[in-house]
Ligand binder design. Structure first.
Ligand code: AMP
Ligand code: MG
Length: 432
């Protein structure tokens, strides 16, 4: 797929590209297509370490020192020089002092000597090996006079954490583009670094469209539904750690829609709408998007989530998601999430874990489209993981999403499956 053709050219004339059919886009092709237009936000900010959780590093972290910074014991035991093992068997050593974590033994250990040493304590001069305390016999000859005999001699250099074993000074610890997780906070703290340079938060504006939508707190008339998409979007975007601008539920009124769309594009990096992009709708959104931006409308070969629009309005990226509540979540999960991570500064976001597992029930499926059925991963009586569909799979059944802990991903070529078939599942790792 060439990126030399501009978005404007493609949106004006989709046929200008080979191998591009807006009426039958595969999931993989649509994802690949969107990818070429995504470049991360450029502004960065310096944050106190704790506040960087969930943000993307704009500048890589180099280790300012060796970690650990000094040779230290990995166990509670006795430190001595491995050469003593060869001198006599069994090895008998005089205990000449003690080293604690944070309180070193200042002397040096000569042949025939050892010190008592605690986990994390600095290794004394002259010693290179630690024997764990369970593997020695202790003789207390007098209050000041103690000996140990090694019942089971360790290999030379055992039970010592050596300087720079974890990280070498100057080594790249975390590259720019890394999404900060709890372990990273600890890792960076272990280097003594208190502030990190991260990309600024992505600003995402969204609104729902539809004459039938009613906001919470009002009574439903016949033909109306509560606007639930704004709530699921709020949840999914919150999990991604972006700045959220909720512009409400907008009736299918061209003036209102135009106003809201322009307001959204002016203040956000990304604009997301739900509803109004399917064929046969009052075509306001399509006309507006054509007037103010370069947007492509696709029928994706997938279920749920067939209609999808992507493009740009001014400098904002635009995602037009279907209206059906489950379709909103599936398309967000399959297209928007990864795009957001790229815009947040991650050059190649890790795909959601996907693995094969046996499905305990038969599945109905048409070939020619990718289905994202809602599934429940569970352990059977033997403790093995299995999956089963949540039940009815309609695109409007949000309860199926609530019950699910995974998508059962059935590729285009797959048809009906018998119980016991292997299927691929994608775990809904806290996003949904
Ligand atoms: P549309 O894509 O606008 O044709 O909408 C498809 C279906 O999704 C219709 O049944 C709509 O009522 C429903 N729908 C659209 N937007 C929402 C929303 N924000 N909350 C709940 N249902 C919606
Ligand atoms: Mg609608």
């Amino acid at each position: 797929m060439s990126s030399t053709i501009s978005l404007a050219e493609i949106s004006n004339n989709p046929n200008c590209m080979d191998d591009y059919d807006p009426n039958a886009m595969s999931v993989a092709k649509a994802r690949q297509f969107i990818k070429q237009f995504l470049s991360p936000v450029t502004e960065t900010e310096l944050l106190p370490l704790r506040e960087s959780l969930g943000r993307v590093l704009a500048v890589g972290i180099l280790s300012p020192s060796n970690v650990p910074n000094y040779d230290n014991s990995a166990m509670d035991g006795y430190a001595f020089n491995a050469k003593d093992i060869a001198v006599a068997s069994p090895t008998r050593l005089r205990v000449i002092g003690t080293a604690f974590a944070g309180k070193a033994f200042n002397g040096s250990v000569a042949s025939g000597e050892c010190i008592r040493i605690m986990t994390g304590a600095a290794m004394p001069r002259g010693a290179d090996t630690v024997v764990v305390q369970e593997k020695v016999m202790l003789e207390n000859i007098s209050q000041e006079n103690h000996y140990i005999t090694l019942a089971d001699a360790p290999k030379p250099r055992m039970n010592v954490r050596y300087t720079g074993e974890d990280l070498q000074q100057g080594q790249t610890v975390l590259a720019s583009g890394h999404l900060m997780r709890p372990a990273d906070l600890g890792l960076i703290a272990s280097l003594g670094i208190a502030h990190v340079q991260v990309y600024r938060k992505l600003r995402v504006a969204f609104f729902s469209t539809g004459d039938e939508l009613v906001s919470l707190g009002n009574t439903l008339e016949t033909g109306q539904v509560y606007d639930s998409n704004r709530y699921t979007l709020h949840g999914m975007l919150s999990k991604l750690g972006v700045e959220i601008i909720d512009l409400g539920a907008i009736a299918d009124d061209p003036t209102l829609l135009e106003e809201t769309l322009l307001k959204a594009a002016k203040q956000a990096d990304v604009v997301i709408t739900s509803g109004g992009v399917s064929v046969g709708e009052a075509d306001y959104m399509k006309l507006l998007l054509a007037k103010h931006g370069q947007v492509m409308f696709w029928k994706i070969a997938m279920k749920p989530g067939r209609p999808l629009a992507y493009g740009k309005i001014g400098s904002a990226h635009y995602f037009g998601l279907p209206g059906n509540p489950v379709a909103v979540m599936v398309t967000f999960y399959q297209f928007v999430r990864e795009a957001m991570l790229r815009l947040m500064g991650q050059p190649s976001p890790a795909p959601l874990p996907m693995f094969q597992v046996e499905c305990t029930q038969a599945i109905k499926k048409l070939t020619g489209r990718t289905e994202f059925q809602r599934g429940v991963l569970f352990t059977d009586l033997n403790g093995d993981w299995r999956v089963k569909p949540t039940g009815a799979q309609g695109s409007a059944l949000l309860s199926s999403m609530s019950l699910a802990n995974c998508f059962i991903v059935l590729d285009e070529a797959v048809g009906n499956l018998d119980a016991g078939a292997l299927v691929r599942v994608q775990v809904l790792d806290g996003v949904v």
